[in-house]
Design a protein around this ligand. Structure first.
Ligand code: AMP
Length: 226
């Protein structure tokens, strides 16, 4: 199965992507995480991405598309993938269609996680991410770790992403509305988009998302980390 997960910052894309990919046994590919790995490794690409990310702006298309192309060329995506955070504008969407067409495949569904802007700022301000595994995500009020600053799942250090500060979040929201919303129009025209409310508990959103792609389950174990 080949899926896209689209939504504004703070919609819970990362959290849902990890759970959906694991449930469906497909690869989770987050362009934000790929950039953060480059930043950690101090590569030239990472330095370039970092400047844009800190400003709440999109990393230039040519850099982003190259990173995605390279990732989708690896054999581990053969069983399918869930792209989280890509495409983020119309140019990237057209590029992705081309990359998939070249390999004789196509998308199965696009999940649009919907959340009001007013919710986003509070959600992101309290978000803390594990340095060891970025899929381990907590919230200082709504899903606090057992020990403040420490990941309950693996003991890693929790930190606040630089681009999770309020002014940057507002900029990221602006960019989402102007650049990423047209991506949905692109895929609506292909009949692929289902909109899912991102409000409520992680597990509720997960069940909604599964239903939206026709994979509802009577009992879904709750192993939520946030
Ligand atoms: P995320 O982890 O998805 O919230 O992404 C964090 C940041 O990485 C974004 O605010 C952008 O600066 C950058 N980024 C992630 N994905 C893309 C993309 N597809 N195109 C351009 N920039 C991206």
């Amino acid at each position: 199965m080949r899926l896209l997960l689209i939504g504004p910052p703070g919609a819970g894309k990362g959290t849902q992507a990890v759970r959906l990919a694991s449930h469906l046994s497909i690869r989770h590919i987050s362009t934000g995480d790929l950039f953060r790995e480059h930043i950690d490794q101090g590569t030239a690409l990472g330095q370039q991405a970092d400047r844009h990310m800190r400003a709440g702006l999109l990393v230039p298309d040519e850099v982003t598309i190259e990173v995605v192309k390279e990732r989708l060329a690896r054999p581990d995506v053969e069983r399918g993938f869930l792209l989280d955070g890509f495409p983020r504008n119309a140019v990237q969407a057209v590029e992705l269609d081309g990359i998939l067409a070249d390999s004789g495949s196509r998308l199965d569904a696009v999940l649009d996680l919907e959340i009001p802007d007013a919710e986003v700022v509070g959600r992101i301000a309290g978000r803390r991410v594990c340095r060891e595994d970025r899929g381990h995500i907590f919230h200082v009020e709504h899903s606090p770790p057992e020990v403040a600053g420490t990941c309950t799942l693996c003991g890693g250090e929790l930190y606040q992403r630089d681009d999770d500060r309020e002014a940057t979040v507002r900029k990221r929201l602006e960019v989402h509305h102007s650049e990423t919303a047209p991506v949905l129009d692109h895929y609506r025209a292909q009949g692929l988009v289902t909109t899912v409310s991102a409000l409520g508990h992680v597990q509720e959103v997960f069940v909604r998302a599964l239903a939206a792609i026709g994979r509802s389950q009577a009992v879904v174990p709750d192993t939520a980390s946030d």
